[in-house]
Design a protein around this ligand. Structure first.
Ligand code: PLP
Length: 757
């Protein structure tokens, strides 16, 4: 059973709202502007819903328009306020020149302000109203600026944190101000009394889908006398203030929800919701030691929790919760390449680690005790799961031995942990500052010894955190030795890790001290850690002060001599998640590398060609410094996706595929779906350790490999990486487990499920 804890994003539709929508779609489907009986019945529905909304919103006066949602309401309010300025203040010198919005507003608000300010050619100054650590507006600041403000926008309750604004305080601060006041009431309607008759609020937009009505319907309250300019004109609906035939299904559904709010028996009272929240907080604190709540509970909605856990990214927690069937969301916005810190938490002045790793958990006012109990049980299991993967500091009893190589990645930079279970010795290569805490947990929890913390070069984009890692470990877990600046033990030729040996090879170029580390088992070369010398799609840049550009070409040839063209290289940066490469793949992708390896290009010639490539390197997609100029001519983005239907066909064929789950162990602990009627060969290979399986898979290229994960992203990365390495039959299960058909009537077709998402 899935437990939905993301109600601030959207809610399910109340059964009575579904029935009301169905009734107007099947029976009373007339156009409310028609004057015949069908139209009149529709008009009656419209009028009745508006009347209910007035009672629920405490707005006996003023206008109440039906909109498509809050974004439209916000735009209408902002357009109305700004377009009326010239009329309201004919004297240009007396015209207020500030547009103010709360620093934690939903993005729709500042975007609408900037949009209409530009479109109307007003060129007014737009300022964010600062908030305190508690997420509430700085009322002194507001009061000081209010005399010059034309528009002030302050939400009633915040969608990320649940923080409730002090609307009475804001009203007081705005006394005597010429500003029109908009209060985004999306997260407040149904949870807090809006008191629109009592407060001098000019505009209050609301949204149906946050409140058990369907998406595509909303309300905009406009105070009597406040300017109102339609965004749409046309057929004259809504008293000519919002043209377009009304969304009657949505409006009828919203009406049913408003009736339920008014009736007071459908939704839990505040105190009950606060009890639910306390239960969840207790479970969360027990599961994740050190957890910090990002907003004070006593001034927040009882249905919203926003928290961060030290050392755990929100991406990791979301994957974990999702595997446990708990649907929560990141408290920060995720772009394709990077999880951006939450601007809401940043505005509140929270430390960087908290803003970048927040998780929001929000439930609705119809949550049941049974659901909360089950959610708490699963939260506790999530904590246990992390402990069993050594992602929290406490030791765990049921540990699987680690794989030879574990890969960590932060914004495209890679760090590797090489572990030998027999001797319990480990080497960390290119430790990253962001990982110190996580790596320290790993060592403490498993009682492994850090034999060396090595860097492949002196990094340009971050300081080595080798020393910090040693300091984070108890003396017993870190071998003491004299080492060179890259961490290599002085006087030692090879670091032994049980049956494996690590040796080094100087490859100056990217930097003078660039070094590759070769990991052998007997005479077999398992991996070479090449730092930024060779990366998937790029050679390390050599235009730094500490670079050795003339030595780069000879170093590449030396590397080829030592490791050959086919052995697996693990890079220091991997912006496209290629995971591993070989000199063969890179020579095929990068003409310059091909030239230097095959045509024996002169070092000087190589230097000039490389400098040309690097003449204006842009920052990476993560906005970090690029460590090499991209020269990947193989923009081969062929599809690797396999639909569930195609997978079933593949399973029925003669060449049986291997199905590999690339979710992390802490996610896999909650089960290894999907289920099949036939026997299937399966392998659990978390993406962080998947490179260990590459050599084996590449040796059996006739076996189709089908990877899956939660959403299809990680599995597509692994499939693409293997294709690039030459395995033509590597696939990713389309849409991941999220779209895998579950045998319930409404989810029978995965494509249907995709549309629903
Ligand atoms: N304002 C707030 C506070 C919200 O939470 C949202 C939705 O996330 C919006 C505005 C936008 O609402 P809609 O999706 O109805 O346009």
């Amino acid at each position: 059973m899935e437990i939905y804890l993301d109600s601030n994003a959207t809610t399910r539709v109340l059964p009575s709202a579904q029935r009301a929508a169905l009734a107007v779609m099947t029976n009373d489907f007339g156009n409310p502007s028609s004057t015949h009986s069908s139209g009149l019945r529709s008009r009656a529905v419209l009028d009745s819903v508006r009347a209910t909304a007035r009672r629920v919103m405490g707005a006996s006066r003023g206008r109440l328009l039906f909109t498509s949602g809050a974004t439209e309401g916000i735009h209408t309010a902002v357009l109305s306020a700004l377009s009326s300025l010239r009329r309201r203040f004919a004297d240009i010198d007396a015209r207020p020149n500030l547009l103010l919005y709360g620093a934690t507003e939903h993005k729709a608000v500042p975007e609408a302000i900037a949009h209409w300010n530009e479109l109307l050619g007003l060129d007014l100054e737009i300022l964010a109203i600062p908030v305190g650590r508690d997420g509430r507006h700085d009322l002194h600041w507001l009061q000081a600026c209010s005399k010059r403000a034309a528009l002030v926008c302050t939400m009633a309750a915040n969608n990320e944190t649940g923080v409730i604004s002090d609307l009475d305080g804001i009203a007081e601060a705005l006394q005597g101000s010429p500003a029109l006041w908009m209060v985004d009431s999306v997260q407040a309607l149904g949870k807090l009394p809006l008191r629109l008759d009592d407060l001098p609020i000019d505009y209050a937009p609301c949204s149906g889908h946050k409140l058990f009505a369907p998406k595509g319907v909303g309300l905009l309250y406009v105070r009597d006398g406040a300017p109102l300019t339609p965004v749409f004109t046309g057929g004259g609906q809504e008293d000519r203030l919002r043209a377009g035939t009304e969304n009657m299904a949505g409006i009828a559904a919203l009406g049913a929800v408003l009736l339920a709010i008014e009736d007071g028996t459908t939704f839990h009272p505040w105190s009950k919701l606060a009890d639910f929240r306390s239960e969840l907080v207790t479970a969360l604190r027990g599961a994740f030691p050190g957890l910090e709540l990002n907003a004070p509970l006593d001034s927040s909605l009882p249905t919203t929790l926003n928290f961060s856990v030290p050392g755990l990214s929100s991406k990791l927690l979301l994957d974990l919760f999702d595997s446990a069937g708990l649907r929560v969301s990141g408290g920060s916005a995720c772009s394709a390449s990077k999880a951006l810190p939450s601007y809401v938490l940043e505005a509140m002045g929270l430390p960087e680690w908290q803003t970048a790793s927040a998780v929001r958990l929000s439930f609705d006012a119809m949550a049941t005790s049974q659901m909360i109990v089950e959610a708490c049980t699963r939260i506790r299991s999530c904590g246990e799961s992390l402990r069993s993967s050594c992602l929290t500091p406490e030791p765990s009893e049921c540990l699987m031995p680690p794989e030879l190589v574990t890969r960590f990645s932060v914004d495209g930079a890679c760090c590797y942990l090489v572990a030998d279970p027999a001797t319990r010795r480990c080497v960390v290569i290119d430790p990253l500052p962001e990982l110190t805490e996580q790596l320290a947990h790993w060592f403490k929890c498993r009682c492994y010894i850090l034999a060396a913390a090595l860097d492949t070069h002196s990094h340009g984009d971050h300081a080595s955190s080798a020393q910090a890692l040693r300091e984070a470990l108890p003396a017993l877990l870190s071998e003491a030795y004299d080492c060179d600046p890259l961490g290599w033990p002085v006087g030692v030729e090879a670091i032994s890790l049980g049956q494996h040996r690590l040796t080094r090879l100087a490859v100056p170029g990217h930097t003078q001290d660039s070094t590759a580390y070769l990991l052998h088992q007997g005479s077999t070369l398992s991996f070479t850690f090449v730092g930024d010398t060779v990366m998937p799609g790029a050679l390390g840049r050599s235009d730094f002060e500490q670079s050795a550009p003339l030595a780069f070409g000879p170093s590449l040839r030396k590397l080829e001599e030592a490791v050959g063209r086919e052995s697996l290289l693990l890079p220091g940066h991997d912006h496209d998640s290629r995971l591993a490469c070989t000199l063969r793949t890179e020579a095929a992708a990068q003409p310059l590398l091909h030239a230097v390896l095959t045509e024996k290009m002169e070092p000087n010639e190589f230097c000039i060609a490389k400098a040309h490539l690097e003449r204006d390197i842009a920052p990476t997609g993560y906005q970090t410094m690029a460590c090499g100029a991209r020269a990947d001519t193989c923009q081969n983005q062929e599809s690797v996706e396999l639909s569930p239907h195609e997978l079933k066909k593949l399973l029925a064929g003669v060449n049986h595929p291997l199905l590999a789950d690339v979710r992390e162990a802490f996610e896999q602990r909650f089960g290894l779906p999907p289920e099949f009627d036939v026997q299937v060969r399966r392998q659990a290979v978390p993406i962080s350790t998947v490179v260990n399986a590459f050599a084996n898979w590449l040796a059996q290229r006739q076996t189709p490999l089908v990877f899956f994960c939660r959403s299809g992203n990680r599995s597509a990365q692994v499939a693409r990486a293997l294709r690039r390495l030459g395995h033509a039959q590597a696939w990713s299960l389309e849409g991941g487990l999220a779209l895998w058909p579950v045998a319930t009537p409404e989810r029978a077709d995965p494509r249907l499920a995709r549309t629903q998402l």
